[in-house]
Design a protein around this ligand. Structure first.
Ligand code: MF3
Ligand code: CO
Ligand code: CO
Length: 286
């Protein structure tokens, strides 16, 4: 989806005087930065809607956390997600999204993301799996994913899961009002590299809330001071995909969805939906 740039004539919009936030945004735009269009700054009503959707989405992931185990198929996880979401008068956003056939993504080991739940795919000890769920409640979207370790895994895979979690936390802590997307990408990539891992570059986090995928693109690598300015009222995901080996990935040509590491080494990812506030970010999915 494309958005117009912040309107040059914003100061006369509706005859309203410029707010302090408008002035700051215009200041950064005049310096050549990418700034959010007004529709990316959520109203209090929209934020409440996304927050409520986040509560259901967290309930879904908590249910998955309590049920997931060795011997279970990924289709059984998908059924839990579908049933819980529908029982709570919400809709799984993945189902039918650009033709995606299931209600969540289940991505095991070398699968980076967008794995399709399947009857024949059975969880076995040592697997690391990401379950990614997005809920639509009253038209509002909340998006989060978690990693689960089935039984005992190797120390290397455990470390990958832990470092991917730390990368999400570092992204969260770096997010301050009027920072740039590149600031968090930079901090995330530094932490991954310090641990000998790489950051997937072909997929990114995203604005979310009124739609599944909105601007900005939230890359998990990059230069400080680049990418879109983040201001209070914006809602977006951070969802670093961290690879044990190299960052390159490919899409399975049979299903056109499953994203897999080129070197077939494992990958891990955690995701939350965040609201930018006057002081930092608030998680809307826990
Ligand atoms: N939930 C994923 C994200 O974090 C998107 C999944 S799209 C699907 O953006 F179609 F694969 F479900
Ligand atoms: Co997302
Ligand atoms: Co997601």
């Amino acid at each position: 989806m494309r958005f117009d740039k912040y309107p040059k004539n914003w100061r006369v919009k509706g005859g309203q005087p410029l707010t302090e936030m408008d002035k700051k945004i215009l200041f950064f735009q005049n310096k050549g930065h990418l700034v959010p269009s007004p529709d990316l700054i959520k109203t209090p009503e929209q934020i409440e809607g996304i927050r409520k959707s986040g509560v259901i989405n967290t309930g879904v992931l908590d249910l998955v956390a309590s049920e997931i185990k060795e011997g279970m198929s990924t289709a059984a996880i998908d059924k839990l997600v579908y049933d819980y979401t529908m029982d709570h008068h919400a809709i799984p956003a993945c189902l039918g999204y650009e033709g995606f056939p299931k209600s969540c993504c289940t991505s095991i080991n070398e699968v980076v993301c967008h794995g399709i739940p399947n009857e024949k795919e059975i969880l076995k000890p040592g697997d690391i799996i990401n379950v990614d769920c997005t809920t639509i409640l009253d038209g509002y979207y909340a998006d989060a994913s978690r990693m689960f370790i089935i039984g005992e895994t190797t120390p290397e895979k455990k470390k990958l899961v832990d470092v991917a979690w730390e990368c999400l936390k570092i992204g969260e802590e770096t997010c301050k009002p009027y920072c740039f997307v590149g600031d968090l990408g930079n901090a995330i990539a530094k932490h991954a590299h310090k641990n000998g891992f790489s950051v997937v570059r072909d997929l990114c986090g995203h604005g979310v809330g009124n739609e599944f995928h909105e601007e900005p693109e939230v890359e998990h690598y990059g230069k400080k001071g680049t990418g879109m300015l983040l201001v209070p009222g914006m809602v977006f995901t951070i969802e670093p995909m961290i690879n044990m080996g190299d960052w390159e990935v490919f899409v399975d040509s049979e299903d056109n969805w499953t994203v897999i590491t080129d070197d077939e080494l494992p990958s891990a990812q955690w995701e939350h939906t965040f609201l930018m506030t006057e002081t930092g970010v608030e998680i809307l999915t826990h």
